[in-house]
Design a protein around this ligand. Structure first.
Ligand SMILES: *Cc1c(COP(=O)(O)O)cnc(C)c1O
Length: 403
């Protein structure tokens, strides 16, 4: 990636403990380019009012800008209908929405199938649903290399009780990219719908919800170089249309009396209350930013960095990279003998290097790996080989200090 691209991210010029920042924690939240912050500031300074209800000029213009993001997101995901785009706070809220509204229509005896790779956001809502209505929760295991066990997956679908598969399109711990199209085909062949948690995948590869055969898809703005507080649920219209609201309030009703209320049409039924207006405008700009670079360039850049990181890390004494999935996005977890990941992260931080250590909101997966925590380096469009070189120098130093 070019120096001009890095210059879009002023934070990369910052110093931490007097050292240049080496930011390797993009999978937790990506840094924001100037264009995204500019778009939000411009809206706040020149074109802002509450949306959908005002009959005045400012409100109408703001509503247009907010609704324009729906078109941008629909094109971005190749959704057939812009009304299928529901704005949420983040991926977590999008999955909770499906668990509550779609899940609430399930009956005891039906099952939801998740995987061992899942983030807590795609585990806990289903545990809550199970406890609320008595569905069964099934979990497909992973193979030793970190890929989904497809034989086990098919076996878990075989009795036809699974109503919904909810599975990640890319693991935030191992970087595993799951075979979305294959997973959807098998789910549909056994009468199940499928939700993809695209929180990580959408950052690294182009997504086409129709081509992969998704029924629901979720992602979160802040990992895609956009603002916090804005996420997306996409769902097929016939499914969304059959679902009751998730939250009650303003904007989501057709009419209200003290006897009852009738629901607005999709997507407004699922967008109760004043939404994250400026952040939604920022999300459109983040998508334009990503599309200007292009996913071919993003994928090539991240694959080169990831391959380089895996090779360099594995060559370091005492360091072990976790998993070897068939396809890996820009996320690499590793452990160092004798060093707790937290101690490692603290030592690296002293050198200005930001990595993540812990369970990465995926405690069952980390336990499955036989660990309590991992260290994780993750990459964005602004990451460079020098970041990985700095990490390796830091790890060598840490190894000497700790052994
Ligand atoms: C980050 C992440 C989430 C949750 O995203 P929020 O923005 O915190 O809601 C869900 N799934 C995966 C795979 C993630 O990486």
């Amino acid at each position: 990636m070019t120096p001009e691209l890095r210059a879009q991210f002023p934070i990369l010029e910052e110093k931490v403990h007097g050292k240049p920042l080496v930011f390797l924690d993009s999978a937790a939240s990506a840094q924001k380019p100037i264009c995204v912050m500019d778009a939000m500031q411009k809206a706040a300074y020149h074109q802002y009012a509450n949306i959908h209800r005002g009959l005045h000029w400012m409100s109408e213009r703001t509503t247009e800008a907010y609704e324009a993001t729906r078109d941008v997101v629909a094109a971005f995901l190749n959704a057939p209908d812009r009304h299928e785009i529901v704005f949420t706070r983040n991926s977590t809220e999008a999955i909770n929405l499906v668990a509550h509204s779609f899940g609430g229509l399930l009956k005891p005896g039906q099952a939801v199938l998740i995987s061992e790779l899942e983030h807590h956001a795609n585990i806990v809502p289903w545990l809550m649903l199970r406890d609320r209505i008595g569905i069964e929760l099934r979990v497909v295991p992973i193979l030793d290399n970190g890929d989904i066990d497809l034989n086990a997956y098919e076996a878990l679908l075989a009795d036809g009780k699974v109503a919904l598969v909810a599975i990640t399109q890319m693991s935030n711990v191992l970087g595993t990219v799951t075979p979305a199209k294959k997973l959807a085909e098998l789910a549909h062949a056994h009468g199940a719908k499928i939700l993809f948690d695209g929180s990580q995948s959408v950052v690294h590869s182009a997504v086409d919800v129709q081509a992969i055969g998704a029924d629901f898809f979720t992602f979160t703005g802040h990992k895609l170089y956009g603002p916090t507080g804005i996420g997306v649920l996409w769902g097929r219209m016939e499914l969304l249309d059959s679902m009751p609201p998730f939250m009650g309030g303003g904007e989501m009703i057709q009419s209200v009396s003290f006897e009852g209320a009738t629901w607005a049409s999709v997507p407004h039924r699922f967008e109760a209350g004043t939404p994250a207006i400026l952040e939604t405008i920022g999300l459109a700009e983040a998508i334009r930013f990503v599309e200007r670079i292009g996913y071919d360039a993003i994928e090539a850049h991240e694959k080169a960095l990831t391959d380089y990181a895996v090779e360099r890390l594995n060559a370091l004494e005492g360091v072990r990279v976790l998993g070897a999935p068939a396809q890996r996005g820009g996320v690499v977890s590793f452990v160092m003998e004798k060093a707790h990941p937290h101690d490692l992260a603290t030592l690296l931080d002293q050198m200005g290097i930001a990595i993540r250590a812990g369970q990465h909101c995926a405690e069952p997966l980390v336990r499955k790996l036989g660990l309590h925590a991992t260290a994780r380096a993750s990459f964005g469009v602004y990451s460079v080989k020098e970041d990985i070189d700095a990490l390796c120098v830091g790890l060598e130093r840490a190894h000497m200090m700790l052994s």
